[in-house]
Write a protein that binds this ligand. Structure first.
Ligand SMILES: *Cc1c(COP(=O)(O)O)cnc(C)c1O
Length: 411
């Protein structure tokens, strides 16, 4: 429409002006690193679109379809005209179903008013950080970390304080490490178990020990439990909120539908928090996104209240793929790999092969057409992240290529 009002040639002038225009980008935005996982994924997808035979180990999402009864509930809602604004923090029915889930599975009592439904677990994390952190505050994040945490902390004007861990401790921080990192400015400790990117799972005792310190020091815990249901080898998940009333009062649980129900594209996450924090987040969300998609929320109700038998099959399949890839990695000279206990990632150590992780992954993609994410994206340059949320056939093909690639590096 605007174009039709321009004189001939004016469009080009505008274009040139735009090229030379000196846009002011806010300090907040300019300080961010774009998501490297999404970048690798789009490069791999582009190569695929060009007809190249790419094996994708990059994506952090299940390869299974959303269960049919969940889709049906959303379709029904759509057909019945459930297409308008809902309460900003979610429909009462869903907030109740989430409160029931916490009671049933975690032994935790939350009122629906303490539950906020957001546009993905990522959005839930961001809401928590915005509601609790500001300029001058510090947030303790163990590395390897989910790459969005530090960037979200920076967006809130606060400072990420990284606690490095390695495969020697199964990527777990020790209570001593946590204690020595806490300062009077520490607001939040980020706990993510089962972990993305390492697949490591803290035992209940280890979770309690970390929680005890936060309670003692008056530090809040953001506990990202989105992989709660994806556990192997008898690993157990216990929420840090469940050890005592004090632990409960210091914890905000972040969760979502993306992983255990394979609903990444639906953009639905949730959190449970002490009432004053939930209230603050409710205000933030009411002025930023408003409600998550109305009919998607109806699908989420079905996800929580309907049958859960899909999970058993998915877990058996993940476990099979995990064991295969883990054994293959440990058979490659120069590579070592801790087996994961949860989520759907392996985090092999490639430091003996002589390449930095970004160089390793970029050459692996170009030479062998395998997409993996460099560990540097998660704050750990000695490793790469492999997602086994892809078919066994892909894993067999991809592991063979990785083996060839690594052998060529050491020869
Ligand atoms: C996938 C994931 C989330 C949430 O993802 P959404 O798609 O935004 O629901 C949160 N935390 C971790 C660690 C994840 O891997």
């Amino acid at each position: 429409m605007v174009k039709s009002r321009l004189a001939p040639g004016q469009g080009l002038l505008y274009h040139i002006a735009a090229v030379f225009m000196n846009y002011h980008i806010s300090q907040r935005a300019a300080s961010l690193a774009p998501s490297m996982t999404l970048a690798i994924d789009s490069k791999a997808k582009q190569m695929k679109a060009e007809g190249q035979d790419v094996v994708g180990f990059g994506a952090g999402e299940p390869d299974f379809d959303t269960p049919q009864h969940i889709k049906d509930a959303a379709i029904k809602a759509l057909n019945e005209g459930f297409t308008k604004y809902t309460p900003s923090s979610g429909i009462p029915e869903l907030r109740q179903a989430i409160a029931d889930k916490f009671k049933r599975e975690n032994g935790l009592t939350y009122k629906p008013s303490q539950v906020i439904v957001s546009c993905g677990g990522k959005h839930s994390c961001y809401n928590v950080i915005l509601a609790t952190c500001q300029e001058g505050d510090e947030v303790i994040i163990p590395s390897p970390y989910w790459l969005s945490y530090p960037e979200m902390v920076k967006l809130a004007g606060a400072k990420p304080v990284i606690l490095p861990t390695s495969d020697k401790t199964e990527f777990k921080v020790t209570p001593e490490q946590l204690r020595s990192a806490i300062t009077p400015r520490t607001r939040l400790f980020v706990l993510n178990s089962p972990s993305n990117p390492t697949g490591s799972v803290y035992t209940p005792d280890e979770v309690k020990a970390l929680g005890d310190i936060c309670v003692e020091k008056g530090v809040l815990i953001m506990s990202d439990e989105i992989y709660e249901h994806l556990l192997y080898d008898g690993a157990q998940h216990k929420s840090v909120a469940s050890f005592s009333q004090a632990h409960y009062e210091h914890t905000i649980i972040v969760h979502g539908f993306a992983k255990a129900w394979s609903m990444t594209g639906w953009r639905l996450g949730f959190l449970a928090a002490p009432e004053p924090i939930a209230k603050a987040i409710d205000a933030i969300q009411s002025h930023s996104t408003s409600n998550p998609t109305s009919f998607a929320q109806k699908g989420a109700v079905a996800a929580l209240t309907g049958p859960q038998d899909h999970l058993k099959n998915w877990l058996a399949e993940y476990a099979r793929r995990r064991t295969y890839a883990w054994q293959k990695f440990n058979g490659i000279p120069g590579v070592t790999c801790v087996n994961s206990k949860g989520a759907f990632y392996l985090f092999p150590n490639i430091s003996k092969l002589g390449l930095k992780s970004a160089e390793f992954c970029s050459r692996l993609l170009e030479q062998e057409k395998v997409a993996a994410v460099p560990g540097i994206a998660f704050g750990a340059d000695d490793y790469i992240r492999i997602s086994y949320a892809t078919s066994m056939a892909n894993i067999e093909k991809g592991m063979l290529r990785i083996e060839n690639f690594c052998k060529a590096l050491t020869n």
